[in-house]
Design a protein around this ligand. Sequence first.
Ligand code: E4P
Length: 217
Amino acid sequence: MKFFVDTADVAAIAELNDLGMVDGVTTNPSLILKSGRDILEVTKEICSIVSGPVSAEVVALKADEMIAEGRKLASIAPNIAVKVPLTWDGLKTCKVLSGEGFMVNVTLCFSANQALLAAKAGATFISPFVGRLDDINLDGLDLIADIRTIYDNYDFKTQILAASVRTVNHAKECALIGADVMTAPPAVIKSMANHILTDKGLEQFMADWAKTGQKIL
Ligand code: E4P
């Protein structure tokens, strides 16, 4: 499973990228707001750090304007994936931009039927939101599994980009289901390294090592 990092925080992206943990980046208007940066500038900077796909989201609601925005965003760097919402206009935009050879990430997906439409419109990535379904007491992971089954049934090439991944359990389950990609905030990716028994074991080893009175360096 590829790891995309869900942030426009350049320092956080660079830190994870140096460890080889970043296969791509996803941003959205809320994350751009949080960064306090200009969308074109910060996206260009991210693309200079990360060689994998960097999703940048259109904000128009009509297809013709979305297409124009998408072309502008795609001109930032060759590794831009234009992010469009899963609306009828977003699907039209997906069809046009993917036909022009651009990567397209269809976002705000909350049903298997929406994912089916995105695949037929030529999406490079479909972004089902796991955490936001959990927020309304539905099982977001069930949606990832349903889309995996449907895409495999018909050999769709659209990659399942599990989004709104909020917990380490979401990450593990997405990997077990076979999501192609997950995108998660830096803190979630980092917390995948944590285990209480690792901490406990390390504490014991350190205590015993101190008793030996030895040094390695
Ligand atoms: C995906 O591309 C979105 O940016 C993101 O995963 C949404 O996550 P949230 O529901 O935690 O805001």
